[in-house]
Design a binder for this molecule. Sequence first.
Ligand code: NAG
Ligand code: NAG
Ligand code: NAG
Ligand code: NAG
Ligand code: NAG
Ligand code: NAG
Length: 666
Amino acid sequence: MSSSLMLVICFIFIAVNFSQSVGKVRMNSHNLLPPTTFGQNTATFKSKRHEGTALEPGDPAPAFNVPTLDGEFMYPPPAGLKGPVIIHAFTNKSAFLECLWNTESSLIDLVQDLPESTEVLFVSFDDSSVCDALWMRDQVQRAALHRKKQVLSRLHFSPVPVFALGNWIPSVMYSWACSGHNCGLSQVVFTSAGWNMPVIVKRLDARYDWLMGHWSQKQHRLVDAGDACEPSPSVAEAVAWVSEGNCSFFTKVKNMALSKATGVLVYARSGNPIQDMNCVGDECSTPLGLPAAMVPREPSVIQALRFGQQVNVSFQSTPSPNFFIGIDQQGALSEMGWFLYPSFKFINWQAQWFDFSQRLHTRLCEPALMVSVFEKVQMHGEDGAVATVDLPSDVQGFDVLELDASLSCPSRRDESCAPWDHTVQLFVCCDQSSTYCNLELGRWVTSFRRGIGHWLTDVSPLRPLFDTGRCTFTMKTVPWAKPWVVSLSLRFTKSKANVSDSLQPVMLMSLYNGGTFDKEYNKRFEPIKFTVPESTKKVELYAVITGHGSDNDGCGEFCVTSHHFLINGTFNNTRVFDSAGSALGCAMRVGEGAVPNEHGTWLYGRGGWCDGLQVDPWRVDITRQVDMSGIEANTLLYFGLFNGQDPNPSQEPGYIVMFSYLVFYK
Ligand SMILES: *[C@@H]1O[C@H](CO)[C@@H](O)[C@H](O)[C@H]1NC(C)=O
Ligand SMILES: *[C@@H]1O[C@H](CO)[C@@H](O)[C@H](O)[C@H]1NC(C)=O
Ligand SMILES: *[C@@H]1O[C@H](CO)[C@@H](O)[C@H](O)[C@H]1NC(C)=O
Ligand SMILES: *[C@@H]1O[C@H](CO)[C@@H](O)[C@H](O)[C@H]1NC(C)=O
Ligand SMILES: *[C@@H]1O[C@H](CO)[C@@H](O)[C@H](O)[C@H]1NC(C)=O
Ligand SMILES: *[C@@H]1O[C@H](CO)[C@@H](O)[C@H](O)[C@H]1NC(C)=O
């Protein structure tokens, strides 16, 4: 059968079935379109280069064509690549994907917030690919009903299953395989004496950061606990089998925790999809130390329990092909990271990051004097990464200095990246005897296990740190962190055609560093007296402040702290980290370069920083707050507060990392 004939059949099929229910369509699909005969001719494979060798993140995506319900999806598009392309393959064998596609808020997020640059191609792994494509399209069309429709033209649904695509896409999905964390197939295995073989069903664990418990490897007894809207002592030391409904997920799990169950399996009502079990509002502050998951209704389990047969459960994760692949605006393949919970928000965030990355790329193509410091150098251990660099003599002719930094991983896959978020600091010393030696020039925080971070940070006021032409740069994080691969260049540009028209920073005065954020915190800071050097035209406060650690109030990472530089006793220059601890405080910064879809709780706002992002310097022009005559002494005092007061933690205090300077311009 030729591919064009198949397309015709496909369209007739769609036309005939479109007005009927999705259920009917599903039943008919196998007969009409035997999947094994799909798509021999549907793919073009222009790039021979990759044949036989696995494609990795960063490789150029070869061209392909895929038939869709509306015609054909061509990559690259005939009019040229304008934005990123995301490929998502569905399988109903994953409870996570079932939930992703059945949750109204998730579909609405896709319809409303998919960045306008982005196209998405949806395919299915399974024999039911035709019905799956029709069903997926139906789901987004329903969500788009009373909303903007413009997005629909950028969503493409292929009836051809992944295993019949005939191009490179399956090999990337298979070789970027994954398990756990909503990738791969999380499953429950039921056994009972009366059965010849185990019953294995998909499961969706409760929201990542709600419940603290983990499924243990061993076998558990399964005990029916009805709807679990009341405690039930019979579930002690067993996994509770609980029906959906009649009370909240929180109530069920709390009752089962009170009854000393080791875990909770909530099964969906007949015909209902798997849901994302989560807490709501105040419920979330009650810690419940046991795992829970949602599973489909499984009649054989219900029956066995009803007849008093012992049923055991255990938990497993079966690796699967990756469900998501990205192609950025440059045509490079990209991993899509970790989807923390079933929501299309995670597609949107990765797409926002592609847009950021494209803007960054455009900026980096503009002319500049680049001085390379590290080029894919390993940063590890006590020493970190160290390089001594001769600065070209003409750097004086530029008034803007940016740090072009990126952090990648030992291999091209995210799985090789260091798992934890740590502060990275860049120190510079150009003269061992100078007071400027080894002051901080830049700061970043590593992502949880993603190697795509790339940032441009304006540190122009710190140019006086380059007090000779030969400087040693040290970039490091905690010595116990797993290695990162760093690249760093100094990027010199001009803000004006004639740099002499702008004021130049000529001197820095180092002010305060942070310290332990306890009740003595502010007692450690003495007022600083200073006179402004002669013929200074502008005075600027420059501070890089981040809060870390976790006391009883979540300080300093997750509490709202404020930082004050009081000048002359009257001018209260204030910086408040008001998004610290907020649910999406850092997710909202993906457009600024915060690495999305990390393998950890990257979404929450933090004390002055985000995982996978540079720390933005805080700059305030204080010229009008100080005596500029050079005769009178000014005073300056820093203090840091929690909730407008001195911190007063009742347990292990957090700490503040701070470098702060006065910058004098002439
Ligand atoms: C997915 O599987 C569930 C059973 O777990 C079923 O009820 C549902 O109809 C399936 N959805 C699709 C789109 O096949
Ligand atoms: C259930 O697990 C117990 C041990 O926890 C074991 O003794 C029993 O044989 C198991 N039964 C089945 C049917 O797997
Ligand atoms: C909900 O509660 C009613 C009344 O107690 C009960 O009959 C029903 O079985 C419960 N539903 C589920 C799904 O357990
Ligand atoms: C740049 O500006 C300075 C002073 O503002 C002036 O003296 C100098 O001639 C200018 N140079 C050029 C090339 O215009
Ligand atoms: C700041 O204080 C100094 C003396 O402490 C005073 O001479 C000066 O006028 C003050 N400047 C402003 C702008 O208030
Ligand atoms: C500075 O402002 C903060 C609130 O923004 C306030 O708590 C603090 O008392 C102020 N300090 C002075 C000395 O005005």
